[in-house]
Design a protein around this ligand. Structure first.
Ligand code: ADP
Ligand code: MG
Length: 353
């Protein structure tokens, strides 16, 4: 059931259109991530939800009611933003209590709630510590505790972990997942990191140039990218110049080098002519010598434990990467400069006109 509806949001800053026409339905309790490169309109959309900015056009409904006629502090939305920081001279407990004090909750309730939040983010015993004396990761936990203290129906997070190192980031990602499951709060999360998005989200909205290109689970976006942008942004991909020689609705016959591959899923208008073929590195198989597939020359082989990463180049000079599982017959003996033949299931490829 739809809970939060973003309807046709447009945001102009003078001549700049930061958000073009964003619409999105979010279910109650869902973990929805806005994923996209810097400048694609993710934060602006989140700030509009938070009430920091009023959109040029469009509406936002929570449980069927518009949010736009309410100022930020009356929307009851929790926020963990980089610019919405903790109070460094207050203690951990005072920070978490702050939104409750603003709401004039009774002291006993505040105390109980602060303790509950400290337990939730696993910071029991830190109540009297000053923020300035907490590590980056601990501070993010406090920010999360403060944002959740008054039990908001929706929590917004804008790149909350981008200042942390990889190990700490993964640890807090794990915590965020646990807290999401434990509280059932609806989360809208912004990141430019696809791995983070895949790790955390129920669904991902892929942003590009102020628009949402596609919304889906990570697996849906990976298996069925609607645009070339989504295909290249989610997961690794090999991109080859190609030509659509025949189009049959959702599938096309595609020439790559000398070969014609039949029945490749096509995205966008399926018309004949120049196109781009996209392959996933783990969906390509490899045979040594000339074996009837796409010819290529090995340029490098790296063993990474469970996989071999093979770099290769086609006769037209296009570089490809291929992942072969450990145990793959041809992989172990491959050497640089060797001629190989590549093949793939047409259904696992994508062509973009
Ligand atoms: P993201 O969070 O995806 O990196 P933003 O939403 O911050 O992207 O920005 C989208 C676009 O809008 C960018 O081109 C940015 O420069 C522009 N923009 C954002 N805020 C403002 C503003 N207050 N004034 C002018 N331009 C802005
Ligand atoms: Mg941003």
């Amino acid at each position: 059931m739809t809970y939060l509806q973003i309807q046709g949001i447009r945001m102009e800053f003078g001549d700049i259109v930061a958000v073009h026409d964003v619409s999105l339905d979010v279910r109650q309790g869902e973990f929805m991530t806005f994923l996209g490169p810097s400048g694609s309109g993710k934060s602006t959309t989140l700030y509009i939800l938070a009430g920091f900015q009023q959109p040029t056009r469009g509406d936002i409904l929570l449980d069927g009611r518009t949010l736009l006629d309410r100022p930020s502090h009356q929307r009851n939305i929790g926020m963990v933003f980089q610019r919405y920081t903790l109070f460094p001279n207050m203690t951990v407990g005072e920070n978490i209590a702050f939104p409750l004090k603003v709401r004039r909750r009774p002291k006993a309730e505040i105390d109980a709630r602060v303790r509950e939040m400290l337990r939730l983010v696993r910071l029991e015993g830190f109540e009297d510590r000053r923020i300035a004396r907490m590590s980056g990761g601990q501070q993010q936990r406090v920010a999360l505790a403060r944002a959740l203290a008054y039990d908001p129906p929706v929590l917004l997070m804008d790149e909350p972990l981008s200042a942390l190192d990889k190990k700490l980031r993964e640890e807090i990602q794990h915590e965020i997942r646990r807290i999401h499951q434990q509280t059932g709060v609806t989360i809208l999360y912004v990141t430019h990191d696809q791995e983070e998005a895949l790790r955390l989200s129920d669904r991902i909205a892929v942003f590009s140039q102020g628009r949402i290109d596609q919304v889906g689970t990570g697996a849906e976006l990976y298996a069925n990218p609607a645009t070339r942008f989504v295909a290249e942004f989610i997961g690794d991909s090999d991109v080859l110049p190609a030509e659509i020689v025949a189009a049959h609705g959702t599938h096309a016959d595609v020439r790559v080098g000398e070969a014609v591959v039949r029945g490749v899923p096509v995205h966008g208008a399926a018309r004949t002519g120049a196109a781009t073929l996209l392959l996933r590195p783990e969906r390509i198989t490899l045979a040594r010598g000339a074996a009837g597939g796409l010819p290529a020359t090995v340029t490098d082989v790296t063993f990474l434990g469970n996989t071999f990463h093979v770099a290769a180049v086609t006769p037209t000079g296009d570089a490809l990467s291929i992942r072969l599982p450990f145990g793959h017959e041809a992989a172990a003996g491959l050497s640089r400069g060797e001629a190989v033949s590549l093949s793939f299931d047409p259904a696992s490829a994508h062509v973009f006109a």
